[in-house]
Design a protein around this ligand. Structure first.
Ligand SMILES: [Zn+2]
Ligand SMILES: [Zn+2]
Length: 52
């Protein structure tokens, strides 16, 4: 099962902890905006661009 709920920020590939839909306040702040690449600051995510 790889149905883990990832961060609700489309450009983010992090898996939020707890019951949050976002992995970080940064991602929550991106609601309604479009990032080219997530900048939540998590090492495994930073610079991650949308993949085709
Ligand atoms: Zn991220
Ligand atoms: Zn995130």
């Amino acid at each position: 099962m790889s149905d883990a709920k990832k961060c609700a920020n489309p450009t983010c590939s992090c898996i939020p902890t707890d019951k949050s839909k976002f992995c970080s306040p940064h991602c929550e702040a991106t609601k309604g905006t479009v990032e080219i690449a997530c900048q939540c600051g998590h090492p495994s995510c930073q610079g991650e661009a949308l993949r085709a």
